[in-house]
Design a binder for this molecule. Sequence first.
Ligand code: FAD
Length: 318
Amino acid sequence: MKVTEHLTKANGKTQFSFEILPPLKGQDIKSIFDNIDPLMEFNPPFIDVTYHREEYVFRELENGLLEKKVVKKRPGTVGICAAIQNKYQVDAIPHILCGGFTKEDTENFLIDLDFLGIQNVMALRGDAVKSETYFKPEKEGNQYASDLVTQVRRMNEGQYLDPDLQNSSKTDFCIGVAGYPEKHMEAPSLDSDIHFLKKKIKAGASYIVTQMFFDNKKYFEFVDKCRAEGITVPIIPGLKPIATKKQLNQIPHRFKVDIPDELIMSVVSCKDNTAVRQVGIDWCIAQSKELIKAKVPVLHYYSMGRSSNIKAVAEAVF
Ligand code: FAD
């Protein structure tokens, strides 16, 4: 079922969902199921599975020269989506990227998803590869998420890349896109970022999932600004409980989001990461309860490979 249909069916009740990462290459799928199993009692209508593009690694050869290798550390997004739908009968949402894909690759990827009965996709640009400062699309690829949304929508209309394909089968994907309450790191301002967010909706996206935030005020202000700009689709908040002291530096650096001073001080005063984990859970519970009161459609949790703290939050709020 499509995300939009799940939201209609819920009739205003806030639902629980989460995002998982494919395991590192070499690990088996059991590690994923072990993370999903404890969360199934909260009846997620859908589960997101991230996509991880290739990375460049350099290996020193015996002669001292460096060999550049392209590796994918977390392959398996499509396989995991199929396995989730099969095992749990829950809709799995693969993330799809502009980065690393030509339009032809994207088309073939979408055909696989369609054949597997996957009805939702989260369309993203992706970040620059680690060795480059700025994002570079493939030569025949999509540059922005709005271009990718357009490609998916065209396939939903039966338009494939080859103009000679006649009477092509129409796909029927519901398309989600990313939104940033604290603006995307490259955007010169929040207003310009929202301008381009609107472009993604106009291109055919039906809902937005936000970057994580730790201050609900940022989410509420973002929703108000989006509505003022005429964006009417559901805006699903993304939440992550802080779990380690290290994350106080890692999260703002990696995701360009602020952590409120009160939360920082509570984490800093913890004697170990067991205490930090509890502080993170309590903060996330408080955020979740306030968001439910505000009647958000879904609370979407970033598991980042671990589900036990998400379960503790869900037990307190669902
Ligand atoms: P876009 O919407 O294309 O925006 C990128 C930047 O370009 C923004 O600054 C925007 O303001 C600007 N912009 C957009 N259109 C235009 C235009 N026409 N002209 C000029 N500027 C423009 N990354 C992964 O690699 N894998 C994942 O699975 C993944 N999942 C994610 C899930 C969520 C919910 C979120 C919030 C992010 C996720 N990301 C993931 C990270 C995402 O790929 C990065 O944040 C990326 O840098 C931007 O992606 P986007 O889709 O928001 O890009």
